[in-house]
Design a protein around this ligand. Structure first.
Ligand code: AHR
Length: 510
């Protein structure tokens, strides 16, 4: 099977923003406690940060980190997580039916981000709380001193402001599962008033309004329109969330599902620009895809989502990712790259243990899940100008199951190209990310490049395994890992590569 690709150095979609390569840590299960933070662990530093996890995070290179939720933030009192640890209250967390010990909070998060060289992104609670708590948190974090909240931060041991630039106005406020969910109008009003006050405290911050918690929400579209109608003058961003699934155990459809992310992004861009057009405004709202991943095994099953008796840091949402998941995940990375002109921020949900590329055993080792590898490629090698590729690939038909609440919904995908590709170049290197979605046959890709002289292959690797159910575990942490891609050749301005069936491939030319 063959596919032909045309690339022109001058035909650019846009530059990938540094913030496209973000991730997310929530007070959820063992993401924080037993994940990034485990005082007493042999690998923990003096602050309780696991150094083994930090070193894997550095390999993964996320650039911005969303915190503290997620669903958790809609019931969070940020004041509970600052000040002397011994004085911090234990609370029931109604998002994950856990006990929150509050031994990790905003200041620890900032310190962890600094240790990992990651920009912090904070979400404020617009569920059980509102603009007043939000503006106080901005003052606590970003005001230099001389006021009650900023001096409290200094008293707590953080003399310099945290200077947090990126703030989310709540989380998934359209969802029934949210503490104090809102209609679009209710949320639009509260978000606007919170935004005004937060920016009065610190005019340098950027704000993201909640978009729909998924494209399958019945209110999708109308929600974005109404929310932006209220918030347009006060925000820079609208958020998108997507979790790809294989509930139907249909590998071709699952592999096709990132193409629905393409549609979702383009629909949100259209709605945001329609709101701008109604106002005759040249302002362009950017997209923050601040939750995305594969998630289905531990999603709909209550035992996997919550444990009885309000435990601290229960083992929930610990999704084991196999080879097939890594391929679909790679497709999602390609979708994000190919919309670099409008998706300027994105966060993999999440980072450690809960639906995560990094797993740990509490008191034990850490290891990389299969999805670690495409994310590391995306983040480390995806920086630069994205080229508008012309892809001529054989296609297949699929029907993707994506439930709308309790209603079964199938999306027909009549023409899914076997090859999904993104091309990024910086001054020195042209990088191709290629997913072969053909489960049986290799795919020979011929790439015709324009505007690149003297190209040579500088590196090429693939992620594939005949067993699509194979995964990495504590005892077999390297079962799935990248291997060299050998069948790559360049002649003049043309590249030819043969991609194994069901494979993720990264070719670098310089
Ligand atoms: O990432 C897990 C959860 O998924 C988040 O808390 C929530 O925002 C989404 O529904």
């Amino acid at each position: 099977m063959k596919a032909a690709v045309k690339l022109d150095r001058d035909n650019v979609i846009g530059a990938t923003d540094r913030r496209l390569f973000g991730a997310f840590i929530e007070h959820l299960g063992r993401c924080i406690y037993g994940g990034i933070f485990e005082p007493g662990h042999p690998q923990a530093d003096a602050r309780g940060f696991r150094k083994d996890v930090l070193s894997m995070v550095r390999e993964l290179s996320p650039t911005i980190m969303r915190y503290p939720g997620g669903n958790f933030v809609s019931g969070y009192n940020w004041e509970d997580g600052v000040g002397p640890v011994a004085d911090r209250p234990r609370r029931l967390d109604l998002a994950w039916m856990s006990t929150e010990p509050n031994t990790f909070g905003t200041n620890e998060f900032i310190d962890w981000c600094r240790a990992a060289d990651i920009e912090p992104m904070l979400a404020v609670n617009l569920g059980t709380r509102g603009g007043d708590a939000a503006r106080n948190l901005v003052e606590y974090c970003n005001h230099p001193g001389g006021t009650a909240w900023s001096d409290l931060r200094r008293k707590h041991g953080w003399d310099k402001p945290h200077d947090v630039k990126f703030w989310c106005l709540g989380n998934e406020m359209d969802g029934w599962w949210q503490m104090e969910m809102k209609t679009a109008t209710e949320y639009g009003r509260i978000a606007t008033e919170a935004a005004k006050m937060m920016k009065w405290v610190d005019p340098t911050i950027e704000l993201a309004a909640c978009g729909s918690s998924g494209r399958t929400m019945p209110t999708f579209g109308a929600w974005e329109d109404t929310v932006l109608e209220h918030t347009f003058d006060h925000v820079e961003w609208i958020s998108l969330h997507t979790y790809l699934n294989n509930y139907a155990n249909d590998a071709p459809a699952f592999l096709a599902s990132p193409d629905l992310m393409d549609d979702f992004i383009e629909e949100v861009v259209a709605i945001a620009d329609a709101v701008a057009a109604r106002r005759r405004s040249s302002k362009r709202i950017m997209l923050s895809f601040d939750e995305w991943n594969v998630w289905y095994r531990t999603r709909r099953n209550r035992q996997e989502r919550v444990k009885p008796d309000w435990p601290v840091a229960p083992e929930i949402l610990e999704e084991p990712y196999n080879m097939l998941d890594a391929l679909t995940f790679g497709g999602a990375c390609i979708s994000l790259i190919n919309h670099a002109d409008r998706v300027k921020a994105a966060c993999l949900a999440q980072l450690v243990n809960a639906i995560a590329p990094i797993m740990t055993q509490t008191g034990g080792p850490a290891w990389r899940q299969t999805i670690f590898w495409p994310f590391a490629d995306f983040s480390n090698l995806g920086r630069g100008n994205v080229l508008r590729a012309t892809v001529d690939s054989p296609t297949y038909a699929a029907s993707y199951f994506d439930p709308r609440g309790t209603v079964d919904a199938y999306y027909p995908l009549p023409t899914v190209p076997y090859l999904k590709l993104a091309a990024v170049h910086d001054e020195k290197t042209l990088t191709l990310f290629c997913l072969n979605r053909n489960l049986q046959e290799p795919l020979t890709v011929e790439v015709d490049t324009k505007g690149f002289a003297g190209l040579k292959v500088t590196s090429a690797h693939q992620l594939c395994d005949k067993d699509l159910t194979a995964l990495n575990t504590r005892d077999q942490p390297d079962r799935i890992k990248p291997a060299p891609l050998k069948d790559v050749d360049v002649k003049g301005t043309n590249l030819r590569a043969t991609l194994a069936p069901a494979s993720w491939n990264v070719v670098r030319l310089g």
